[in-house]
Ligand binder design. Structure first.
Ligand code: FES
Length: 140
């Protein structure tokens, strides 16, 4: 059911934990499955210097947060915002359709953390695009 990459990031998640003096923190949850994801960002000169996460959720959510934090480290804030759930799924070498929403949670958590950073620095938050998730891709 899961790729080796997913199993690897689930069994050995990268970047677990919190950043005490984070520049941006984003917490999102899926009301259907009840899973919660929090991402912490350290940002210097518009670059994501560090990213950590805490996820209370399914294995795919843990693997998605692990991969998402790996993908955004070293990117500019704009590039990190553009890191879509599709990029996370691709990097994980796929997720089953009913687990796609777990990767969406990772994208939303990154967006929430970036907007927290923007608000703290006097910038307008970026409007979150509504993602259509097909019925078969929702939490059971
Ligand atoms: Fe809901 Fe994975 S985040 S089942």
């Amino acid at each position: 059911m899961y790729s080796e990459k997913v199993m690897d990031h689930f069994m050995n998640p990268r970047n677990v934990g919190e950043i005490k003096d984070a520049d941006g923190v984003g917490t999102v949850g899926n009301p259907v499955c009840g899973d919660i994801m929090r991402i912490y960002l350290k940002i210097e000169d518009n670059i994501i210097k560090d990213a950590k996460f805490k996820t209370f959720g399914c294995g795919a959510a843990v693997a998605s947060s692990s991969m998402a934090t790996e993908l955004i480290k070293g990117k500019t804030v704009d590039d990190a915002w553009g890191t879509s759930n599709k990029a996370v799924v691709e990097a994980l070498e796929g997720l089953p359709p009913i687990k796609i929403h777990c990767s969406v949670l990772a994208e939303q958590a990154i967006h929430a953390a970036i907007n927290d950073y923007r608000i703290k620095h006097g910038m307008e938050p970026i409007k979150e695009e509504h993602k259509d998730i097909h019925d078969e891709e929702r939490c059971e």
